[in-house]
Design a protein. Sequence first.
Length: 273
Amino acid sequence: MILVPALAALAGLLIGLRSRVLVVRYAVPGGERPGPESGAESGAESGAESGPEPGAGSGPEPGWEPEPAHRSGPGGAARAVRPGPPPLAVEALTAAALGVLALRAVAGGPLPDRSAAAVVAWSAELLALCWLAAVCVLLAFVDAAVHRLPDRFTLAAYLGTAVPLTAAAAAGGRWDDLAGAGLGGLALAVFYLVLFLVNPAGMGLGDVKLAASLGTALGWFGWDVLVAGAFLGFLAGGLYGGALLLARRANRRSEIPFGPFMIIGTFAVLLAA
């Protein structure tokens, strides 16, 4: 069964190659629209100025924000180019996430039986978690860069999690778990929506939409897992913010990208569940 984690890690590496292009394309500040893809450039892509991409996360304060460079275009004209994440960072993290999730699934013990239904249910659950992890790596890099969580990726994260879990429930008869997943996604999204309404400067609608996907995955494993994942996300974000204050790199009004900490809390608990 060690072949499964190896294949998952390889798939993650290939997915990460594509994700890196998307990170560079969508890591644009508010007021700019993602630029056209150029498959030949893995390092950077430019964005045309236009209206902001919907689904923003937090506002623009501390955090990694790419500095514009310049590259000569046709005819010698200079055009703005955004450097991407560190080399292989997206690819390695995606490969590691998928490989560890697959290893955790394999180490969880043998299937109750070798029937087709049991295999389909097991595979669908693993697919849901791996899909969510791959999209979350992309979202984390974009949010860390420009404090934004684009709608198309938060929607892809939700659908790519909910659909396979529905298939797993149908194949394995886990309808109670599916109900928990649906309610968990709704509960966590509503919780973040309340935080957004109370303090819009401290939470973005992108975080609310991401919470629906993370809550769905956490709720599949139970309400205790859901609460632990949410708490750990806030704990990680709080520790990071406290470290910035101590280092005098931020003040109490500074905003931080919260999406990465939501993701860290979720997957730390999922791997330990």
